[in-house]
Design a binder for this molecule. Structure first.
Ligand code: FES
Ligand code: FES
Length: 166
């Protein structure tokens, strides 16, 4: 039996009919047509489906959609600015070649966002720890860690410029 639930996705309120057993990823991809989060393992092991719920990274392939009721969900689509500019973390992944096939990238970037929101200037170890649940078959992780450290620099620079302009 379907149920109607309400939550916020990328700042927009949504109301959607769901089967109670559906995971959040299914609703994002199939009902809301937000296909940035990827279906990799489907078992909570690879991180390709990572999105933020109330600011925390979760594996949306195993996160029951009913638990999202009333919460704020942020997906990779929500990082692009209203002027269609890439988020500094996305730009950093391009600058430092943190993207190859791209399958892991949305999940990596969302995990990186959760880290940088909490810890704006992480060490390499802290980056590796935060991304430990996100698997990449292509890059060997070095470029991804560099991307996240570069993202931290870009965000700190932006914050200083904004502060200076106030
Ligand atoms: S697809 Fe969700 S953790 Fe792998
Ligand atoms: S870039 Fe291909 S899996 Fe990470």
């Amino acid at each position: 039996m379907r149920r109607t639930i309400r939550f916020t996705v990328n700042g927009d309120p949504v109301e959607v009919e769901v089967q109670p057993h559906w995971p959040l990823l299914r609703v994002l991809r199939d009902e809301l047509e937000l296909t940035g989060a990827k279906m990799g393992c489907g078992e909570g092991e690879c991180g390709a489906c990572t999105v933020l719920v109330d600011g925390k990274p979760i594996n949306s392939c195993i996160y029951p959609v009913l638990e999202a009721e009333g919460k704020q969900v942020l997906t990779i689509e929500g990082l692009v600015s209203s002027e269609n500019e890439l988020h500094p973390i996305q730009q950093a992944f391009l600058d430092k070649a943190g993207v190859q096939c791209g399958f892991c990238t949305p999940g990596m970037i969302m995990s990186a966002k959760a880290l940088l929101d909490m810890n704006p200037n992480p060490t390499e170890d802290e980056v590796r720890h935060a991304l430990a649940g996100n698997f990449c078959r292509c890059t060997g992780y070095v470029q991804i860690v560099e991307s996240v450290r570069h993202a931290a620099e870009l965000l700190l620079k932006n914050a200083k410029q904004t502060g200076a302009g106030e």
